[in-house]
Design a protein around this ligand. Structure first.
Ligand code: GRF
Length: 206
């Protein structure tokens, strides 16, 4: 696959995918990073690995209509011949036209077990804080397809970890990151091997 990663932040998941390609575990190539933040670490990672990046700035997001924004996204994706999109901490909405064009070819990772602890405001450390506060005894990761509703696309894969009495949001975040860096590449590999089947409204991984 020719993967385009969308990322706005630290880029540790982006880096985990790059490493999996370098090791030969994944056969895909990341041919593009799209970010809204030219100063984020993900952009630095792209630059240092010779990966093309394009910035769709917050300013652009604010000033042009969504249809126009969609056209820009699709033009860039076409130019780079990307055929699969991996979201890795992208902090802006994705125009619906892009979601439609990449239906079942655009995935996201969420640092909790959806459908709980998702939606508005549920990103970064906020998620882990809410998990700790709720008193649940397990958390985990969710890898899901992206649809037009934030955090509500069909679930592809989940993995749990325990939340113990010693955990705070920061220790929990570390546990979750470990899971993310292992299982995000694993699931991308399942896509490469065509082991992800979408049947009606459910997704099965073999
Ligand atoms: C991850 O926790 C992921 O679950 C969420 O955004 C975060 C990105 O982290 N969607 P990083 O930038 O890959 O370190």
């Amino acid at each position: 696959m020719k993967i385009c990663v969308f990322a706005s932040g630290t880029g540790t998941n982006f880096k985990a995918i790059i490493d999996s390609i370098k090791k030969g575990y994944l056969r895909s190539k990341i041919n593009l990073l799209i970010s809204n933040n030219p100063n984020c670490n993900a952009v630095k990672i792209a630059a240092s690995h010779g990966i093309n990046f394009e910035i769709i700035s917050n300013q652009l997001y604010k000033t042009i209509p969504q249809k126009e924004l969609a056209r820009i996204f699709l033009k860039i994706l076409k130019k780079h011949k990307s055929d699969f999109i991996v979201l890795a901490g992208f902090m802006k909405f994705i125009p619906v036209e892009v979601v439609n064009k990449f239906r079942n070819k655009i995935i996201n990772i969420h640092p909790a077990l959806l459908p709980l602890f998702g939606g508005k405001g549920m990103f970064g450390i906020n998620v882990h804080r809410a998990v700790i506060k709720s008193g649940v005894k397990v958390s985990g990761i969710t890898i899901h397809f992206v649809n037009e509703i934030y955090d509500e696309g069909r679930i592809i894969f989940q993995k749990c970890c325990n939340v113990t009495s010693n955990d705070d949001e920061f220790t929990l975040q570390k546990k979750i990151q470990k899971l993310e860096h292992k299982y995000y590449p694993d699931i991308i590999k399942k896509f490469e091997d065509r082991k992800i089947k979408v049947r009606e409204d459910k997704v099965w991984v073999s």
